[in-house]
Ligand binder design. Structure first.
Ligand SMILES: Cc1cc2nc3c(=O)[nH]c(=O)nc-3n(C[C@H](O)[C@H](O)[C@H](O)COP(=O)(O)OP(=O)(O)OC[C@H]3O[C@@H](n4cnc5c(N)ncnc54)[C@H](O)[C@@H]3O)c2cc1C
Length: 809
């Protein structure tokens, strides 16, 4: 065994093997993989081997597409048979909502070049004669689906990696991990120690235990999962003889099951409602290529549906029942990337669909390690999307919810209940008393909208407009015509202090820093000029700043700032030690002025001022800006003051007709002001030039990524963020939710990033990226919304107050 290596990958399942392979592909060959038993000994060996490209998140779908496309190559190069069966797959819809979901998935796949076809039940029956047509209203056919041999795939990755110089040590258990002061690692195994620059946690079923070796509690939990294999069936043999090929795969949402041919019989797996976590606290190290006791009663409801939908199964004998554990993160997506706060430690775990996703996970992690950038948009998989609040109990609640909803639709306006409420601010009860409908993000409850008094605070889930629509319209009108109050604690808040802070931030930010007492907007870039973050920067002293950013990116951004920290600079995550309320609308100044001695007149407190003032008896930092684009203030206080602040503003606002508004109204208001948002318009795959962040980009100072920005400005961006006015279907209006394809001249040329109905302006609006040569004001496009291509006109400026007079008034 080597005593030192550049990388030690811990775990020889399909994911660890893929990471090892991809590292060697990118030229890192001093890499080793350590496996406690044999390759695949965790969850990989008993996987059903199914692979799909279809995924609700197009970026994840892209990585699945990459994975599925990789198998022939590694099979050929390694000489290891991967058992590839590209039979195609049918996703079957039993109701209108599911059909809508399929249409949206098909549309999202278009700009990834995924060629999927919507077919009728009769066509589905012709492809898969075992099904009973009457239970379905349509299906999506994807030719790029099939199944592989999980062991063959793992060995093929390993074989290719070995050819390139990687070494694999089986029957070697990593029992401890110790970091040296220089950030390198001593990997302690039962066969000796390896000194490594980097470690990768690909521990699969034991990823949590490997994390605990360095004091981490990774949000990952294993669930039991069952599939059964039937005896050979005459119907299958007939089909194979008649067509010369195997049956396609089937995904049946009503039965919460998947089905495919296995040998001469069928394999049927279920995601049962009565799901059971496995080893919820600690995974035993003694577990080795074992299975769990089957429990057919638990999956009986799915089997009943299966026997109705595929009657031939009812009379087929069961040859084998497999019950095995595999892992999930709270949202079902993998945990990939640099572990926040731990140098040279990488995660590649919680991969619940290793045969669909393993290749993409390996590729992006290897790029991240070698190039410093994953090279793809893997926001949905970033290990930093959870904070420390995602502990064992939270993970348990969320993973069980996620497992039982594996085949359920999560609507764009749906808020899932498990693990909530967790973080609440002091005004939570006040807002609940005002009939708030709550959502949660990054563990924190935030008000979405306020139901009318007496009505149930509940939103109907839908792809179209919900019962919130008319109420949110009233909230928008209130803000634009009177004054609205909302909570704005759901920002990430950071404080940067210490000698050299200004110099440090200036080097990170594309905008020049504001003067003391002012606030401005800025972006942070990577060296290639991609957007790493988007922040409001408030300066309260020469070397004293507050930064406000996207809350969901709090851990992600903290990791980035932490990785760039300069000596003498202190970077603090404020979390809920600073909470906020926001007043917006033409009456906002009168309301706030009535409770403070500080003059709020524009000549004393102009737009983009940020100062420490007293509001009543409450010490506050008050920024004159809001995301509504109206006259407004964000008022930041310590949590112990927030209730008093709420009561004070609420009372003071009564003469002005103050009311509450929530996040849905905010999203509507920001759309009509053409304000982009993090994770949608601004993501690490876009640049500030493409995103038209002109106001935040000043080339009068040096900053990370500046050379790339200048080069892009010189040659012109290949794509540009457009702002579209859409004409919805008058019969059944629906607005964009994000990721819809944008058509031009009969071809898909771009995609929507986000949008909303702008109630006050009465327009359905969207943002989306299109080729720059097409981004001409007035140009006509079409946006595909739930299977319909709706006209979309590219607008040159915000539909409301393009000169920005309201916020400066
Ligand atoms: C019944 C069932 C059916 C499934 N069907 C499918 C399917 O059809 N399609 C699909 O894509 N996925 C399927 N899966 C999921 C799939 O099995 C997983 O996504 C995949 O196996 C995850 O691989 P991994 O490498 O992350 O983890 P694992 O396979 O668990 O590998 C982790 C490895 O790390 C090793 N290890 C851990 N700690 C240490 C240590 N300290 N020292 C040394 N070695 C260590 C373990 O021994 C193990 O071999 C199924 C799972 C089950 C249970």
């Amino acid at each position: 065994m080597k005593s030192s290596a550049q990388v030690v990958v811990i775990g020889g399942g399909v994911v660890g093997a893929s990471v090892l392979y991809h590292l060697t592909e990118l030229g890192w060959t001093d890499v080793v993989l350590v496996e406690r038993k044999e390759l695949t000994a965790g969850s990989t060996w008993h996987a059903a081997g199914g692979m799909h490209t279809l995924n609700g998140d197009p970026n994840v779908a892209k990585l699945q597409q990459y994975t599925v496309g990789l198998y022939r190559e590694i099979e050929q190069r390694s000489g290891q048979n991967c058992g590839i069966h590209m039979n195609g797959g049918l996703t079957l819809a039993g109701d209108r909502e599911r059909m809508d979901w399929l249409r949206m998935a098909q549309a999202r796949g278009r700009y990834l070049g995924m060629d999927m076809e919507i077919i009728s039940p009769a066509e589905a029956k012709a492809m898969f004669p075992l099904l009973e047509e009457q239970y379905f209203i349509g299906a999506l056919f994807d030719a790029a689906e099939g199944h592989v041999d999980p062991t063959g795939v793992t060995r093929a990755y390993a074989g290719c990696a070995r050819q390139a110089g990687a070494e694999i040590y089986q029957h070697t258990w990593v029992s401890d991990l110790r970091q040296r002061p220089d950030g390198t690692w001593d990997v302690i195994t039962d066969a000796g120690e390896i000194h490594a620059e980097h470690i990768v946690n690909a521990g699969g079923l034991w990823a949590r235990e490997v994390g605990r070796m360095i004091g981490l509690e990774l949000p990952v939990l294993a669930m039991e999962h069952m599939y059964l294999i039937t005896e050979d069936m005459a119907e299958v043999a007939e089909y194979n003889a008649a067509t010369g090929h195997e049956l396609p795969m089937g995904m049946d949402f009503d039965g919460e099951l998947y089905i495919r041919q296995e040998g001469g019989g069928m394999l049927l797996g279920t995601y049962e409602q009565a799901c059971v976590p496995w080893s919820p606290r600690e995974t035993p190290w003694t577990f080795d290529q074992q299975l769990l006791a089957p429990d057919l009663d638990r999956i009986a409801p799915s089997l009943e549906i299966a026997f109705k939908h595929y009657p031939a199964l009812a009379s087929a004998g069961i040859k084998n029942v497999i019950n095995g554990p595999f892992t999930f993160a709270p949202d079902g997506n993998p945990l990939v990337g640099p572990v926040p706060g731990v140098r040279n430690c990488w995660a590649a775990c919680a991969v619940m669909a290793g045969l669909s996703q393993g290749g993409g996970v390996g590729l992006t992690l290897a790029r991240w390690m070698v190039d410093g950038d994953p090279g793809e948009d893997i926001w949905a998989m970033d290990v930093a999307r959870f904070g420390s609040w995602a502990n064992l109990a939270y993970t348990n609640a969320k993973v069980r919810e996620n497992y039982s909803r594996r085949f359920r639709i999560t609507f764009p306006n749906e808020e899932l209940p498990a693990g909530r409420p967790l973080h609440t601010t002091p005004v939570y009860d006040r807002l609940t008393a005002h009939n708030a409908v709550w959502g949660a993000s990054f563990g924190l409850e935030h008000p979405l909208w306020f139901q009318r008094p007496g009505a149930e605070p509940r939103e109907d889930v839908t792809f179209r407009r919900s019962n919130a629509f008319p109420v949110v319209a009233e909230e928008c009108t209130m803000v634009r015509e009177r004054v609205g109050l909302t909570e704005c604690s759901n920002f990430a808040k950071y404080r940067v202090t210490g000698a050299g802070s200004a110099e440090w931030l200036q080097r990170l930010f594309t905008n020049r820093l504001p003067r003391v007492g002012r606030i401005n907007l800025t972006a942070a870039l990577d060296p290639d000029g991609h957007i790493v973050g988007e922040f409001s920067v408030a300066r309260v002293g020469t070397d004293d700043f507050f930064l406000f950013g996207s809350q969901i990116a709090e851990a992600h951004h903290s990791r980035w700032f932490g990785g760039h920290l300069a000596d003498g600079v202190r970077f603090d995550v404020l979390g809920l030690s600073l909470v906020g309320l926001s007043l917006a609308g033409p009456g906002a100044r009168d309301v706030l002025q009535s409770v403070t001695d500080a003059s709020l007149a524009t000549e004393h407190y102009p737009f983009m001022t940020f100062r420490r003032i007293d509001v009543g008896m409450i010490p506050a930092y008050v920024g004159r800006m809001t995301y509504t684009g109206d006259l407004g203030y964000e008022i930041w206080v310590a949590p112990e003051y927030q209730r008093a602040l709420f009561d004070l503003l609420w009372r003071a606002g009564q003469p002005s007709g103050i009311g509450l508004f929530g996040f849905r109204a905010l999203m509507s208001l920001r759309m009509e002001k053409m304000f982009g948002t993090w994770a949608r318009e601004y993501r690490p795959i876009y640049t500030p030039v493409q995103a038209r962040m002109n106001r935040s980009l000043k080339l009068d100072h040096d900053f990370i990524g500046r050379a790339a920005v200048e080069a892009e400005l010189a040659r012109g961006p290949a794509r540009t963020l457009g702002y579209f006015d859409i004409t919805p279907d008058p019969a059944e209006p629906a607005d964009v939710v994000g990721d819809e394809p944008i058509w031009h001249d009969g071809a898909v040329v771009g995609w929507v990033t986000s949008g909303a109905y702008a109630h006050y302006s009465r327009r359905s609006l969207a943002f989306g990226y299109v080729p720059s040569e097409l981004a001409v004001p007035g140009a006509m496009f079409e946006v595909e919304i739930i299977g319909q291509r709706r006209p979309a006109r590219l607008l040159p400026e915000p539909v409301l107050d393009p000169a920005g007079q309201r916020m400066r008034a």
